[in-house]
Design a protein. Structure first.
Lengths: 172, 162
């Protein structure tokens, strides 16, 4: 368990020097990104990797990913995933919404802590059944840089191009 | 207040907080309850020390009922240090054996729901998630065995508290 005491925080204004009242606040920025160009190799190769830069002080992220497909025929919404992952652990959990097939609006929950191999339904291309989110974790890439690393597994027979829009809420 | 810098809030008054109240770092961790026994019509509180000062906890919890080959029933839940300020959006298996499809439903203790998951035994036989809240320096996830016989809780997931 990570606690604030391990982070070297300044708990009050008086304890911080040379700063104004608002200068030393944790100021997380939310991030938006999209990727419609990543070519993902089919199994047994891959997965495809997409790094999204996030603030270095990000403790955790809550991410929303949207695919290109409309939920089952006639539905007004698009398929997508809500997830959470953190620097404190490398096992994400997600809720996967919507399916373009069948007569119901599919939803499911995935947790890598519980052994889930994937984190979404296979809906991140224009054809259902091809690309699923398979991993999400925060990775330190330099002395002052971090990314949300998303990995996608392609279940199709050949290469497929990812189609994914991301909104990332940063929790610092 | 959203700004060009993606909604950075820099004003204490705007946050209706004391100068030190909103400086707490977030905590996050995995969540695991694997086979915890509960007597019939009894509750089990999974308590997790998250440190003091946290106002809200968000979690994604997965149960042990399969929806498809790789998906499970479960829910997305928000709890807080304010009594009953709690909600969830749940996935419940539906159909014979719970393997055919699922419901997507919303729950709110704040608005009178008795449970935060439905009657399809999402977290074990007769096991419901009843409530989530922050109690001092602990996050509390309350599971309830609605059946007469003893049962076991299975839940995995992740949470973030801020």
């Amino acid at each position: 368990m990570r606690t604030q005491a391990k982070r070297g925080m300044v708990p009050d204004h008086a304890g911080a020097t040379n700063v104004g009242v608002d200068d030393h606040h944790v100021r997380p920025s939310n991030v938006e990104a999209s990727n419609t160009t990543l070519s993902v190799a089919p199994l047994p190769f891959g997965p495809g990797q997409w790094d999204i830069a996030i603030p270095y002080d990000a403790e955790a992220v809550m991410f929303t990913l949207r695919g290109p497909l409309t939920t089952h025929p006639g539905g007004p919404g698009k398929v997508g995933v809500v997830g959470v992952c953190s620097r404190a652990f490398l096992e994400a959990s997600t809720v996967s919404f919507g399916s373009p097939t069948g007569s119901s609006n599919y939803g499911a929950v995935y947790s890598q802590a519980g052994g889930s191999l994937y984190l979404s339904d296979k809906f991140f291309t224009n054809t259902y059944g091809e690309i699923a989110l398979s991993d999400a974790r925060i990775v330190t890439t330099g002395p002052s840089t971090r990314v949300l690393r998303l990995e996608f597994t392609n279940f199709a027979a050949g290469y497929r191009t990812l189609d994914c829009r991301a909104e990332i809420g940063v929790v610092a | 207040m959203r700004t060009a810098d993606h909604g950075v809030i820099t004003d204490h008054a705007l946050m209706q907080a004391l100068p030190t109240e909103h400086h707490e770092q977030a905590v996050a961790d995995r969540f695991t309850v694997n086979g915890q026994a509960i007597a019939g019509t009894s509750a089990y509180e999974k308590r997790i020390n998250i440190g003091a000062g946290h106002k809200v906890i968000r979690a994604i919890l997965r149960g042990n009922k399969t929806i498809t080959l790789i998906g499970y029933a479960g829910l997305w839940v928000v709890g807080s240090d304010v009594s009953e300020a709690c909600s969830a959006n749940g996935m419940e298996p539906y159909g014979a054996g719970g393997y055919l499809s699922c419901y997507v439903g919303g729950y709110s203790r704040l608005h009178g729901d008795a449970y935060l998951s439905g009657n399809w035994s999402v977290f074990g036989s007769n096991i419901y998630l009843r409530d989530v809240w922050i109690d001092g320096d602990e996050a509390v996830f309350e599971f309830y065995n609605a059946g007469a016989p003893a049962s076991a809780v299975y839940a995995w997931g992740s949470f973030v508290a801020k």
